[in-house]
Ligand binder design. Structure first.
Ligand SMILES: Nc1ncnc2c1ncn2[C@@H]1O[C@H](COP(=O)(O)OP(=O)(O)OP(=O)(O)O)[C@@H](O)[C@H]1O
Ligand SMILES: [Mg+2]
Length: 290
């Protein structure tokens, strides 16, 4: 083995060990609770997987979210557009438990009150979130990144001995196909293009089979070709997953949109097909016409 390879190997081992250490710290004594929450069924019999009603959030008196209501159906792919500062990211912060609203209702399915849970509990329930910047482990291979994504807090303790069972291996193979990285299994994540890193991170979310995926500006910084492939990817994910996609790139929205919600000053300004909202006078004035 060359010194180079040994160095790389040592770095990868260190990265894994760091993760194990982090996992231990984060999991604390709450393993039993996570398991219970993860097994909780989301009740979508009323035709909604996510429901927000009259949500308000103020930051030092500034109303970032101001009477926001939203209703997402199971298997839906909802696009959210709106000017900078409209509250799109804050909305995701509320759904994922990062920000607590001052007032309002936030439900996952018709029975789970998300305001009663913290960020990690909400993630464990099956709500996956993709931030704008890719956050993959650059020193690990594509395969190792996906493998790590499977590790629950409990499993992470045995990380060095963690072995995929056959269902997990099948899942990993399926995810690799879905994210167009089947030919790059052994590549270091750090050597992937920006778009491929974004796909890998989406793949890491998919390893947990989330019921709802929240994606904040997923195609920012992508090439045109990567953007088109991402549109295809999202279209292949809907139905089995519900997706809420925030994006400014209208060419991308055009490719994937069914129902589009326009946010402005913390509440819904318009909702409908892309054509409908594009022809809405208020939307043209505050967003599209600028
Ligand atoms: N933690 C915070 N403290 C104070 N103000 C905040 C905080 N988070 C968000 N804001 C403010 O709330 C408003 C909504 O911000 P948000 O990031 O949700 O907008 P956005 O619609 O995602 O915009 P962009 O399209 O630029 O990403 C902004 O004016 C922002 O400055
Ligand atoms: Mg934002």
């Amino acid at each position: 083995m060359t010194p180079d390879l040994m160095e790389q190997g040592a770095q990868r081992l260190q990265a894994k060990q760091d993760l194990v250490a982090t996992g231990k710290t984060e999991s604390g004594g709450r393993d039993a609770g996570y398991g219970r929450i993860a097994n909780q069924e989301v009740d979508t019999t009323h035709g909604r997987i996510l429901y927000l009603e009259d949500v308000h959030v103020s930051f030092d008196g500034f109303k970032a979210i101001n009477g926001l209501s939203l209703d997402i159906a199971p298997g839906e792919l909802r696009c959210i557009i709106g000017p900078n500062g409209a509250g799109k990211t804050t909305m995701m912060d509320i759904i994922t438990g990062k920000t607590r609203p001052n007032t309002g209702t936030v439900f996952f399915g018709s029975t789970i009150d998300l305001l009663r849970f913290n960020e990690s509990q909400i993630a464990q329930m099956g709500i996956g979130r993709k931030f704008q910047k890719p956050t993959v482990f650059e020193q690990l291979t594509v395969f190792e990144n996906l493998e790590l994504a499977l590790k629950t807090n409990k499993a992470v303790k045995n990380s060095m001995f963690f072995k995929l069972d056959s269902a997990q291996s099948d899942r990993l193979a399926h995810v690799l196909q879905t994210i167009h990285l089947a030919d790059s299994v052994t590549r270091m994540a750090g050597n992937l293009s920006h778009g491929q890193k974004q796909w890998l991170e989406i793949g890491m979310l998919l390893m947990q089979d989330p019921k709802l995926l929240l994606l904040d500006e997923p195609v920012a910084g992508m090439t045109d070709e990567e953007t088109v492939r991402t549109a295809e990817l999202f279209l292949s994910l809907k139905k089995h997953h519900s997706l809420v996609v925030v994006e400014h790139d209208m060419s991308f929205i055009e490719r994937i949109s069914e129902k589009v919600t326009v946010l402005h000053e913390g509440s819904v300004l318009a909702e409908g097909t892309l054509a409908q909202v594009q022809n809405n006078e208020k939307v043209i004035e505050v967003y599209l016409g600028r």
